[in-house]
Design a protein around this ligand. Structure first.
Ligand code: 3H9
Length: 691
């Protein structure tokens, strides 16, 4: 055995050389891995071995370039040197894959003459998720082996394919049971049978029949999903190059486009987000050995839209759920909605009809809260009323077994006050799901003053199990997400009274990259949420709209009027009249507001509030705020989230504008966060700020 670098060693099994990579946690292609791979190839080729296997220790094959190296100057050797050594080797080179061969990792495997993998292995080019494209020849080699259609799909979605699919499309040559033994056996067979030393770069057969129209059709197909992102289009251009140019010219095109993306802010924002999502799982002060409670059965109180959606998350991963409603009718209605959601997914091919039955079978309905006695985690999802929630938690305290975690899905209320209704405030925690709860990835986990480490570990852990992106925060009205949203709402409402049409405000935020603006969002949620006909006094535009029977999308009219069949929204002159009449009565002068002002007045109060949330210690880190906004509200990931975006705009410029609006418009939400002033003075940034 020869240790070549800190992470790569060369071993021999008789006549087969084994280059072992061991660079935990994911065998990323750090410079010492590239060096080791190059040295290993050189030594193995000049040794007596007749074939060479590249294989990894640990949980996975190479999962890509080392992203932490992207921010520094390139360190030699280049990956291409090692890839050339593999591809041009005079002996058969076999890549042995387990775990995930991703990005640069798959690009290395594509330079072997043959590839074998275990049945659980996966293969993907996820660079697009980092705002990039595969920059080590992958854009030219993958289409040559899978054909252009599948390469386009894999490169623009970033999603991996299974070993079975890889075998079927020729990406791998064999599925083996025992990785090392199987790879060695394949290597010996290659030698014995004098298999050709196949270089993917020399193949063109799979590209020959690519119809020229394929690319524009593909672009049209992904346009909605990829709106605003640069990288998907760049990936498409690379596959076009693979089809239209020879390998070397295609490679050159790939390199130009890769460098372009690498220089831009989108890829920086998306790489930042990659680490932000992972950082959010790390809770300072939470002992590493904190054992989360085992959630063998989950209870959900409330079978409404939220409760039903929450229950689905658990059933989807095989955890039985007890869902409790006030009466049989409401329960039946709620369960019927859950079933129809599953059936819709099945009709689209997302799950099988057996899955529908299995999942429904895991959900048992009841009208007796006593049935929560067996549950390990109970999530309350009734409407936002503190007295109601307190009385529920008092009952849960009586019913639930010791050790059970009692969670509230409140989106704004004080967890400490809810916890005070129980004799075990340490077991009480907020788990704020976003609507629709079975779809949205965001989960705000809200710790009260007395919430235990176990409750935190359980909520964060189960959040991951059910496929959410949990972020821990502290108690304040609206937590991280909604508290910032409220500030945007204040200015949006003011601007429509000053003369900006709701549709214009919405359009500007849509163009910024958000899925919708505040008025379309209100219509979607329902204008009457929290509205009470008895006490309504026409004191806001929203109240006036509700009073005139406009309740949002659900009854076909809100800030917009909705087409009954297509649900397309159109601005309505009646709404404009209501707004103008109200503004007149309030004595608010009308004026032209520029697009830039609309954008600033929507987004800067959010940045300011985010900074206040940070300085109060409600969020642990600036990047957590970004994770909440990207996953909870569809903030465009390619800008990194509100904190990263403000840093990109320039915190000092943002601060100047906030102060400008504080002096011209006034209001507590414009009083500048001292943290922003401090960071401007120190040259710091919101996105890297940590409490
Ligand atoms: C690329 O390859 C460009 C090339 O085309 C061109 C080159 C010239 N680098 O996710 P986990 C860390 S771009 C550095 O929790 P899992 C991660 O931060 C790359 N670090 O594990 C975490 O650290 P910590 C294309 C990385 O089991 C730890 O490893 N490849 C990298 O849930 C564990 O990660 C990708 O985009 C990396 N590449 O999932 C793949 N990857 O413990 C990115 C991970 O300190 N990686 N770390 O928080 C993944 O998708 C997942 O990590 C993976 C494992 C599926 C592999």
């Amino acid at each position: 055995m020869t240790q070549l670098t800190q992470s790569v060693r060369l071993e021999f099994d008789g006549d087969v050389a084994l280059i072992h990579i061991d660079n935990p946690p994911v065998n990323a292609l750090s410079h010492h891995v590239r060096q080791g791979l190059l040295d290993g190839m050189t030594q193995a080729e000049s040794s007596d071995a007749s074939a060479i296997v590249v294989i990894c220790d640990g949980r996975t094959f190479i999962a890509g370039a080392d992203i932490t190296e992207f921010s520094g100057p390139p360190k030699p050797p280049s990956l291409q040197a090692a890839q050339d050594a593999m591809e041009n080797c005079s002996k058969p080179v076999i890549a042995a894959v387990h775990g995930t061969a991703l990005g640069g990792g798959l690009e290395v495997a594509l330079c072997a003459h043959y590839r074998v993998g275990v049945s659980s292995s996966k293969y993907g080019l996820p660079e697009v998720k980092l705002g990039l494209l595969p920059g080590a020849g992958g854009t030219q080699r993958l289409p040559r082996i899978t054909g252009a259609a599948r390469a386009l799909e894999m490169m623009t979605s970033g999603e991996p394919i299974t070993a079975e699919e890889a075998l079927e499309c020729g990406l791998i040559n064999e599925i083996v049971e025992d990785l090392q033994a199987g790879a060695i056996a394949f290597a010996r067979r290659a030698v014995a049978e004098k298999m050709p030393l196949l270089r993917i770069r020399d193949r063109n057969d799979k590209l020959a029949d690519t119809p020229p129209s394929m690319f524009d059709e593909f672009r049209a197909g992904i346009a909605r999903k990829t709106r605003g992102f640069l990288a998907p289009e760049y990936n498409v251009r690379c596959v076009e190059a693979a089809v239209n140019l020879d390998f070397d010219a295609g490679l050159q095109r790939e390199q130009e486009l890769f460098r372009d993306l690498m220089k831009g802010t989108q890829s920086k924002a998306q790489q930042y987000y990659f680490f932000a999502e992972r950082a959010a799982l790390k809770i300072p002060g939470l002992p590493k050995d904190t054992k989360a409670a085992d959630v063998g059965r989950c209870g959900v109180l409330g079978a409404g839209t939220m409760g039903g959606g929450i229950a689905m998350n658990f059933a989807n991963v095989g955890i039985p759920v007890t869902i409790v409603e006030r009466d049989e009718d409401a329960l039946e209605r709620g369960l019927a909605v859950v079933r129809s959601n599953y059936e819709r997914t099945a009709a689209r091919g997302g799950i099988s009809s057996d899955d529908v039955e299995t999942r429904m079978g895991l959900i048992s309905g009841s009208v007796d809260m006593g049935d929560f006695a067996e549950c390990d985690l109970i999530i309350e999802a009734v409407f936002e009323n503190m007295d109601l929630k307190k009385s529920i938690f008092e009952q849960l305290d009586q019913i639930c077994q010791p050790g059970a975690i009692l969670a509230s899905n409140t989106s704004a209320l004080d967890i400490n006050e809810i916890a005070s209704a129980t004799s075990r405030p340490d077991a009480v925690i907020g788990m704020h799901f976003f609507s629709p709860a079975n779809v949205m990835k965001m989960l705000e986990v809200v710790r009260g003053d007395e919430t235990s480490d176990i409750a935190i570990a359980t909520a964060m852990g189960i959040g991951r199990t059910i496929g959410k992106t949990p972020v821990l925060c502290g108690v304040c009205h609206g937590f991280v997400g909604n508290r910032m949203l409220f500030m945007r709402g204040i200015e949006a409402e003011k601007m429509i009274l000053e003369g900006a049409a709701p549709s214009r405000v919405d359009q500007i935020l849509f163009d910024f990259g958000l899925p919708m603006g505040p008025f379309a969002m209100s219509d979607l949620a329902g204008l009457d949420i929290g509205w009470d006909e008895a006490t309504s006094s026409g004191s806001t535009v929203r109240e006036l709209l509700c009073e005139s029977g406009r309740r949002g999308q659900k009854n076909g009219s809100g800030y917009y009027t909705y087409d009954p069949t297509t649900r397309a929204a159109t601005p309505d002159p009646e709404v404009e009249q209501i707004i103008q009449g109200f503004a007149e009565r309030q004595g608010i002068p009308q004026r032209d507001i520029s697009d830039q002002e609309i954008l600033e007045r929507c987004l800067y109060p959010m940045v300011n509030e985010g900074a206040k949330i940070l300085s109060e210690g409600i969020a642990i880190r600036g990047s957590d705020v970004d994770v909440v906004w990207i996953n909870g509200y569809g903030w465009p990931m390619y800008t990194g989230g509100p904190m990263f975006w403000a840093d990109t705009v320039g915190l000092s410029d943002v601060a100047d504008r906030i102060k400008h609006y504080a002096s011209t418009l006034g209001g507590e939400h414009w009083s500048i966060s001292p943290l922003i002033e401090q960071l401007v003075a120190e040259g710091g940034s919101l996105s890297t700020y940590t409490n």
